[in-house]
Design a protein around this ligand. Sequence first.
Ligand code: GLN
Length: 441
Amino acid sequence: MQEQTILGHPKGLFILFFTELWERFSYYGMRAILVLYLTKETSDTFNPGMGWTSAEALSLYGTYGMMVYFMGIFGGVAADKWLGQKKAVIFGGILIIFGQFALAFESLTMFYSGLALLVCGVGLLKPNISTMVGGLYKQGDGRRDAGFTLFYIGINIGALAAPFLVGTIGEQINWHLGFSLAGFGMILGQLVFVFGKKHLKDVGNLLKHSETESHLASQPLTKVEKDRIIVLLISFLIVIVFWAAYEQAGGLMNLYARDSVDRIVFGYEIPTSWFQSLHALYVVIIGAPMAWLWLRWGRMGKESSAIFKMAVGMIVMSISFLMLMGAVYDASINMLGKAPIYWLFFSYLLHVVAELSISPVALSFITKLAPVKYASIMMGTYFAVTGLGNKAAGMLGVYAQKSGEMTAFAIIAIACLIVGLLLFTLVKKLKVLAHNAEEVV
Ligand code: GLN
């Protein structure tokens, strides 16, 4: 039967695209107001919060961010062993809806129950929907990377819209209404998934349905599969360094933008929080052109393996931190002690060029290399590793408070450079160890 496509990709991709767009809307929407809600005084008559200190709120925020991604491992195990990815996505979506609406109540018990439901829900949904994208493409299908980039653009449309909508309603009208809006976002995602499931018949099912598949599920791993898992684990180490650098944007860079960057443009002072949407905006704008460039690059016969792209990404990330060092230097010689805003715009643009060379590429790479029966577990491990990167980012931020931004940025730039250069030298070896997984047709 002829495959039904939209923009040259299987129709199912767009079901996953919109489901994940709304899930991320819900995730980033809630995240945008969480700390603000926690730290708002209880005595506020208009829109009271919880009255926590900043340190308490940031600590909970960090723990929540870590746990959400760590739960991905259990979400992956649940899908591979018992549910299959499709059911895991549905259960995850339901838990998220209940979680967001639990936050709509003004009670501490409901608040913590809501967070716990969100952690379990995202842990079930996020890795498994990502693995399903890979399932839409056969081994060797050249559209896979581009498919993941499209999916990634969907993620960022959700991430871009959420702080404006959920943030504005939560902050200016009522926090609980904001959390409910995040819940409604997930309801939309769930509806897209449930009604679009007919386009996902062959993906995300539990490997045990037919006899041959159950035979496959009980086979020990082959040498090729083991080698490929080693390559994946090595790439996960790189990913920690990348996210540790990238996630500075929400922490240290956020404070730096607030205190040490001249944000006045044409007489108007750009609010610091707007910079939080800049990454997502850049992804939406340059995501497709970049995927197209990589495709052309590959078609010209040049090296375009995932490892190579990740190496390029790490070098670009290193350059972006050199730019931030430029900003710190500029600020030090400026009379007001502030750096010009263009450093931030350019540096964040490079962050996103790096992100697009690493993050969707890693997702795609995992679906190429992981043995089918461990596909979701490997994806879940990847997200857990990104959680570690987030944690490391926070620790670097704290370090910078003591030793200054220049030192912290320099450490990050050097770390990214070393990892990037190391990867360049290893591209060929890792491709051999992966048994040329990317070229199997
Ligand atoms: N920003 C991406 C998302 O929300 C990647 C997150 C991650 O890999 N930790 O999906």
